[in-house]
Design a protein around this ligand. Structure first.
Ligand SMILES: [Fe+2]
Ligand SMILES: [Fe+2]
Length: 274
């Protein structure tokens, strides 16, 4: 089972650039072309939020046009830049988006693997939250899929990253505590996969050290790796990419970071083209 994760697409309206510099629709088309060519083909693609940028609802139309090129089953989740109703309206045929009236939360069974997508949006804040209702849903779903290897997908990661600027827009303290309390009751969680950081970061779930969580690079622009105290927030045009979460029986989930080109190679170890 190969699950591809794309995140923080930040799709803008035609002619608009994200952060004044990035053609995010073009970046997404490049990522999709790379993913479509991948061998073996991923079983599914999941997008962990910040699908659009401002949010301006017409951005979902651009997103829809870009995603039409994807040849693989797709699951969408929301981030702080998204609009729940706008997303549902733009993707009426995505039945899983319409299973919960309030939050964009759903269960997807992908062969032997279950994915539970959580909604951490807390408008108008750029930070995230998990209220009692969302946590109760998660707990009930984890009970319902007990025994199945499970990935939880959510936008805001359940840990501090050390990038102060972004940690200021993190998951609320109450949301983290509640999340740790729920997930620590369950033994079948393979991984928590997140977005929001526009970087690849791996850590334990805060308060549940036995459970591994990760964030993923954006398909567009990245957040500067500013680990100095008080470092101002900024973006960089480091390479875009996506994650490949490979699950196999007895081995669990292994996460591979892949970059979107152009880049040279592959070459043999003698330097010959492969
Ligand atoms: Fe983002
Ligand atoms: Fe975000």
């Amino acid at each position: 089972m190969l699950l591809c994760q794309i995140t923080d697409l930040h799709i803008t309206r035609p002619g608009m650039l994200a952060c004044g510099r990035v053609d995010t629709a073009r970046a997404l088309r490049n990522a999709i072309a790379t993913i479509n060519r991948w061998t073996p083909r991923p079983d599914a693609v999941i997008a962990t939020g910040d699908l659009i940028d401002t949010p301006h609802l017409s951005e979902y139309e651009v997103l829809r046009a870009c995603l039409a090129d994807l040849e693989i089953p797709l699951y969408l989740g929301v981030g702080n830049h998204d609009h729940r109703e706008g997303l549902r309206d733009a993707f009426p045929e995505h039945a899983y988006l319409h299973t919960n009236d309030t939050f964009v939360q759903y269960r997807a069974d992908l062969g032997p693997l279950t994915v539970l997508t959580l909604d951490t949006q807390d408008p108008p804040s750029a930070g995230g939250h998990l209220c009692e209702a969302r946590l109760a849903w998660l707990d009930a779903q984890l009970h319902a899929c007990e025994g199945r290897p499970t990935i939880i997908a959510m936008h805001h990661p359940p840990f501090d990253t050390g990038i102060e600027f972004m940690d200021g827009y993190g998951l609320s303290a109450a949301g983290r505590a509640g999340f740790a309390q729920v997930v620590s009751q369950h033994r079948h969680i393979e991984r928590v996969i997140c977005g929001h950081l526009h970087r690849s970061i791996h850590a334990s779930v805060e308060g549940a050290p036995g459970i591994m969580a990760s964030t993923c690079v954006s398909t567009a622009h990245q957040i500067t790796l500013g680990l100095a105290a008080g470092a101002p927030g900024s973006v960089t045009l480091e390479p875009p990419g996506f994650a490949m979460h490979l699950w196999q029986p007895g081995a669990g989930v292994r996460t591979h970071l892949a970059y979107v080109g152009p880049h040279a190679g592959p070459f043999s170890f003698d330097g010959e083209p492969r």
